[in-house]
Design a protein around this ligand. Sequence first.
Ligand SMILES: [Zn+2]
Length: 548
Amino acid sequence: MKTLKFYLFLILFSGSLFAQEIPSDVLKLSENIDTNRIKAHVTYLASDALLGRKPGKPGYQMAVDYVVKEYKSMGILPAGENREYTQKVVLRNSKLIKENTSLSFVEADGSKKALVLGEDYLIAPNPENPSVIFKSPLVFVGSGIDAPELGFNDYKGIDVKGKICVVLQKSPDNVPANVKLHLRYPSTYQDYAMKHGAIGVLLCNYENNTARFKVGANLSIQGGNNVSIKPNGKIVPSASLQGGKIQVAGNITVDVLKDLMIANNLNLEEIWKSLEKGSFVSQNLKTMAVGAYESTYKDIESYNVIGKIEGSDKKLKKEYVIHSAHLDHLGVGKPIDGDSIYNGAHDNASGVAAALEIARTYSQLPVKPKRSMLFLMCTAEEMGLLGSAYFANNPTVHKKDIVVDVNTDMPTFLAQLESIAPLGAEHSTLMNIAEKAAKTLNLSVESDPEPTEGRFVRSDQYSFVKAGIPALHVKFGHINSNKNLAEDVKKWRATHYHKPSDQIENGFVWSASRKYAQVNFLISYMAAQDKNRVAWKKDDFFYLRLKK
Ligand SMILES: [Zn+2]
């Protein structure tokens, strides 16, 4: 340590402070990121002793204790609740009481069609109200999207107040992959419907067949729904549930929608064709939805772990740049080849390890960046990004002061890093920063090599984006001079992803972890140092949706 400080002292006064926009001493320090330490973090966090770091279980608490100990040893300040490093997150699993759940469609002449749960329809359990009774007119809102900037306003001139919206999901063409993926989540439709005053949404996926619907519905009924709960008992919106005024969040089969259309003198196939042509098809229906459902709850307590390093600028230090990484994994589950511990070495002990060494690098900087840094290790990412959603909705600092989130999740250290894919950076000025950081390290930049994997909306950075905070998640790009990384990643995922074999023995090229940590460090450093805040692109979908 002494040697390093002395060395820094020397280069600090050696004259050439700025190599591009990154001071040479800062760059130098980032070159000393210790891959042995990264390996040591993964070795502990992914060891069998932690039993897969399942929220609510002792193994997760061991991971929390480990991170707290590391923060303390680096001199990182507590930034959770009550001057501690932790933020409590209550996770609620809700399940339907099947025998008390019903849904019928009632026509104007009084004729009634009772639907069968798990065969014709599915209703999400309600984490706020254990017992819900409803009787509401149905209204067809086409593809259910209200985004004029994309050329859609399926709610134009349609009164949905107090009604249940029926949505025929149609993935829009000609929109960016990230937006397309956002438009797959049920809560996106519930949010649009709620903003127009509706009390429910029934989604229909035209491309789903009835057999598949049944399998999915029954799995969902069995497992229930997970959300995080605010201190006031209300839910934090998740990808599947928006909460608030939406009391009925469900799905119906194509057959049910077909019959509903016939009862209203409409033809589903013709409507689908019109939708494909981009025509406006929303309209009131004469049918009423009548039903009731009950839900049971099971709560567990878990924790986000948050540390901070204060910025050096008197004014800007009240603003924060976040490094996030999820600390949880899947716990103990179905054995595969005799192993039942889902260690989650890549997913996401490696992302946590990188973030910890980024934190250490900041702790060693003799002059901190202007803005403050927050290091947020999230719980319950694997349960649906619940810990990060909780933090983004109830941050331990003022929300308006959070400038950006840089997330690290399952980097896959399978080969040397030669190219980065900064997922989500294109939505904001983060792209300039990511490009600069990459250039400094001689890395190329590529767009998401696997856009269909939906990785941008499948990890914690999405919680920040939804809350209005620009974010990115740097993945390994596939450009590589020695390896076919696309093939290697595919193979790794098929063999080890979300399996007990995602453990330290499989697939790590430790020397690759330094450059990955380094590029993330340089990105957050520039975001923390630049006098201008990272900003959304003015015509960006995720920015414009905030303005409604
Ligand atoms: Zn995962």
